[in-house]
Design a protein around this ligand. Structure first.
Ligand SMILES: Cc1ncc(COP(=O)(O)O)c(C=O)c1O
Length: 398
């Protein structure tokens, strides 16, 4: 039912990889393409980086823009979503006393970037509590809106949360914040490739997303989208030549993000090939990939919940290709011992069973959760293996 494309990836036979969510994984053929580009670059770094890079990046940007539904003028490359979040936060003209909304599911690195900027500028960070599991969109929307005040300048939220792996109602949130005149920054680290994107229609002010996760491009490839009309004020966190450019042939936004110092641009240049390769690998292309991965994640979830005797966490509409499932409570495990057991169970899965699946606490060191991912190289047998391994390790007291 779920055809596996595992041979297209580099995983050794003995590994069960159920953690696409953390860093993604790139197919072999794309890595070969990247190698070719890297060799080409080293044959004449001047020609590649100085004379032809801008044109090459333009071509890649145009292809990515059509994939995520926005004008290429609004889209730039960054190395990862962390950089995208930092770029926006560090560029905003924030004032003392301004308020920024965030929530308790926010990825730690992005939250740190926010706290850093808020600390420099004297802004107040207001963290709203969203339950997990969520049962309705209002579980997310209501606490956010209740926290908005006339001083709120920005609302920052994930598209798909990291540890808890659920899809936020981003369309509704952006609409409501737009009505209030509050800018939105969406941390879409897991968005591109996992769910269909129409960035312009979504209406967020800023959206950053990784290509190296669910689009399976080489690591170090991500995007930043900024709404028309706001482009000129957003700059990269690293200031380079573009800051005092005299060029007028393109926006300062494109110029500044087009060069942030010497680096290897090949992850970005592989984006068009990766889009095309996966589109052609699976009958039905990207929409079939997203449907397959979503259905496999749900099937894996159902299997694990059944085997462990645990409830299904969220309604299906909240799940993309990741699901975070509660593990049975163990009354023997108490903090601080519990804290150690998180890493121990995850390590046991790897060391004893050669399974990669992250184990988290949520929200307060009382419950342990396992997050599963579903990508083209996974099949339903992978979740059966995980369920067996979890049952064995839990019965041994881990
Ligand atoms: C929601 C979220 N934001 C940001 C990131 C950071 O991604 P990167 O390390 O590629 O910057 C992650 C990584 O898992 C994430 O889940």
């Amino acid at each position: 039912m779920f055809k596996s494309y595992r041979k297209e990836w580099s995983f050794p036979e003995e590994i069960t990889f159920l953690n696409h969510g953390s860093f993604g994984a790139c197919p072999r053929i794309i890595l070969e393409r990247q190698d070719k580009l890297r060799h080409e670059l080293e044959q004449n770094p001047m020609d590649f980086l100085h004379r032809t890079l801008e044109k090459r990046l333009d071509t890649a940007r145009e292809r990515l823009a059509s994939f995520v539904g926005c004008s290429p003028e609004c889209l730039v490359f960054v190395s990862n979503a962390t950089t995208g979040v930092n770029a926006v936060l560090q560029s905003l003209d924030l004032r003392q006393g301004d308020e920024i909304l965030v929530n308790n599911h926010e990825y730690n690195a992005s939250r740190n970037a926010l706290d850093y900027v808020a600390g420099l500028k004297g802004c107040k960070v207001i963290c709203v509590e969203i339950p997990y599991p969520v049962q309705s969109k209002d579980d997310v929307i209501e606490p956010f809106l209740a926290a908005a005040t006339p001083r709120t300048r920005l609302a920052m939220f994930d598209h798909i949360t990291s540890a808890t792996g659920f899809i936020m109602p981003v369309k509704e949130l952006t609409e409501r914040f737009n009505q209030l005149g509050i800018e939105t920054l969406i941390d879409g680290a897991h968005g591109p490739g996992m769910v269909p994107l129409e960035l312009e229609k979504l209406g967020a002010t800023y959206y950053t997303g990784n290509c190296h996760k669910w689009m399976c491009t080489p690591k170090g490839s991500a995007l930043l989208y900024v709404q028309q009309g706001k482009l000129e004020k957003i700059h990269p966190p690293v200031i380079s030549h573009g800051w005092n450019t005299l060029r007028t042939d393109r926006s300062k936004y494109l110029i500044q993000f087009g060069w942030t110092g010497t680096l290897c641009p090949t992850p970005w240049l592989c984006i068009p090939d990766t889009i095309d390769y996966l589109e052609n690998l699976v009958p039905g292309g990207w929409s079939a990939i997203q449907k397959r991965n979503h259905e496999l994640a749900l099937a894996g979830r159902d299997l694990i919940c059944r085997e462990l005797g645990m409830p299904i966490p969220c309604p299906d509409e909240f799940q993309g290709s990741m699901v975070t499932i509660a593990l049975p409570p163990d009354p023997q495990l108490r903090p601080p011992l519990l804290l150690r057991f998180e890493a121990i169970l995850q390590n046991r899965l790897w060391e004893e069973h050669r399974i990669e699946a992250p184990i988290f606490f949520w929200p307060d060191f009382k419950t342990r959760w396992v997050r599963i991912s579903a990508q083209l190289y996974n099949s339903i047998e992978d979740y059966q293996k995980l369920a067996e391994a979890l049952k064995k390790e839990l019965s041994l007291g881990y």
